[in-house]
Design a protein around this ligand. Structure first.
Ligand code: ATP
Length: 433
């Protein structure tokens, strides 16, 4: 009977393990709720006191010196008190706990401890936010939700593009009405061109003019030429295009002034000029100079024109989306000034810490660290800023170049004419002959 029972028990155990493994692989969410969440909850509750103590989250309620009889006794209090933790709440593939801060504590202490929590709880990541004063929310993720992100959805709005999915499972949206200008950084093969293709695919069906500036000979943006109202493929053309846009901006300003309004969105429909989205691929090509006077002058012109558009364009329906592999102060002071105007930020994997710092450093230091941890395998993953000043990891929906090209072709009939830009480029060709 003994060996028979043992064999049955072993067979049952093997069966449970096999089924568990199958569920984990094919139904990870079920597996999380049934097995992962209870186990992780136990880990959170049982390790909390120790983790809090080791990471300076506990505080002592007793004075560190006291008088016993006639003796003054000094030393560490025996039982430092860990901050109060709520019972972990299950989320899809993760859990969330709130912690009441001790008086004098700030969320920064918890952000520093996030890595220790990841190891103690054996989870993929722990994010720290503060939904209200005196409280931090610790959100643990069991696995990387961006490994296989679902297809997010978002309402279709003018100048708004559904780019992909956020780490939280929500939609990653670039809404140019809310955040008018964007800076996108990413090393080669990080997913930058795919993101631009996605943006163009989303904007192509909208009543919007798209202008491309691609000084790598138009290799990237040239694919979408049929839906672009103008395409500059070298820096001379970029200067001509940007100059024409600045003139157009002044016309828009006069139209607003005459109508007594402060933005084109307040103009009646019949008078409102079409919004223009200027997409710049490889910003460094506009700022670098080979040392000759002519080249320096061109770089300075580009810098000034971009800055003017960024400073004044938002209310006038002129939007900038500036992408580059490397964005650093070594490109000149103009880049730092431009960055200050580009409120939306997206940072893919980058090659140098300076670019991550330049893209996200003025928004949030933790975001810089997270951007630097993106690996070469995580293509399309980026850290993006949100409209509320927050940030998140996110992944773009993979839009193959062919799909973007065919969408651009499909909506080529909607390409608005921008005569001033066309004339500027034709005049340049005339000069060359
Ligand atoms: N969101 C994504 N999901 C999955 N794969 C992606 C995603 N974005 C990009 N990739 C993959 O990564 C590869 C490189 O992407 P992409 O061409 O956009 O990089 P890049 O940063 O523009 O590089 P380059 O500067 O060399 O053009 C693509 O072939 C694509 O298959």
């Amino acid at each position: 009977m003994g060996p028979y029972l043992l064999a049955v028990a072993l067979a049952a155990l093997a069966w449970v393990l096999l089924v568990g493994d199958l569920v984990r692989r094919h139904r990870p969410v079920w597996h999380w709720y049934v097995a992962g969440y209870p186990v992780t909850t136990c880990r959170v509750l049982f390790t909390w006191r120790r983790v809090a103590l080791l990471n300076d989250l506990s505080v002592s309620r007793l004075p560190s010196r006291t008088v016993v009889g006639h003796l003054l006794v000094k030393g560490d209090p025996v039982r430092p008190v860990a901050p109060r933790l709520s019972f972990p709440r299950a989320t899809r593939m993760g859990l969330a706990v709130t912690v009441r801060l001790h008086a004098g504590q700030t969320p920064a202490t918890y952000m520093k401890a996030a890595d220790a929590l990841v190891h103690a709880w054996k989870v993929h990541a722990v994010r720290v936010t503060s939904p209200e004063r005196g409280v931090v929310l610790l959100t643990a993720m069991a696995s990387d939700p961006l490994q296989r992100p679902g297809l997010a959805t978002a309402p279709t709005e003018l100048l708004s593009a559904l780019i992909g999915a956020l780490e939280s499972g929500g939609a990653w949206v670039m809404n140019l009405r809310l955040v008018p200008h964007w800076l996108i950084a990413g090393a080669t093969r990080s997913g930058k061109s795919t993101l631009l293709a996605r943006l163009i695919t989303q904007l192509a069906p909208q009543p919007v003019a798209l202008v491309g500036i691609d000084c790598k000979g138009g290799m990237e943006l040239g694919l979408f030429a049929e839906r672009l109202s103008a395409l500059a493929t070298c820096r001379r053309e970029a200067v001509a295009t940007l100059s024409a846009l600045v003139v157009d901006m002044q016309d828009r300003m006069s139209a607003c002034r005459s109508a007594g309004v402060r933005s084109i969105w307040e103009l009646p429909d019949s008078l409102r000029p079409i919004p223009v989205v200027v997409i710049v691929d490889e910003i460094a090509e506009l700022y670098l100079s080979d040392g000759t006077r002519e080249s320096k002058a061109e770089a300075d012109q580009c810098s000034t024109l971009l800055l003017r558009l960024a400073q004044l364009g938002a209310a006038l329906g002129l939007h900038l989306v500036v992408a580059g592999q490397r964005v650093g102060s070594d490109l000149g002071p103009g880049v730092t000034a431009l960055r200050a105007q580009l409120g939306g930020r997206i940072c893919h994997r980058v090659n140098d810490p300076g670019t991550a710092e330049m893209t996200l450093g003025d928004l949030n230091k933790d975001a810089v660290a997270v951007a630097q941890s993106i690996t070469a395998e995580e293509r399309g993953v980026a850290v993006c800023s949100g409209p509320d000043g927050g940030w998140s990891r996110a992944r773009s929906h993979l839009t193959p170049a062919e799909e973007a090209v065919s969408t651009a072709r499909k909506y080529s009939g909607m390409t608005p004419e921008l005569p001033a830009l066309g004339h500027a480029l034709v005049a340049l060709e005339g000069d060359d002959k």
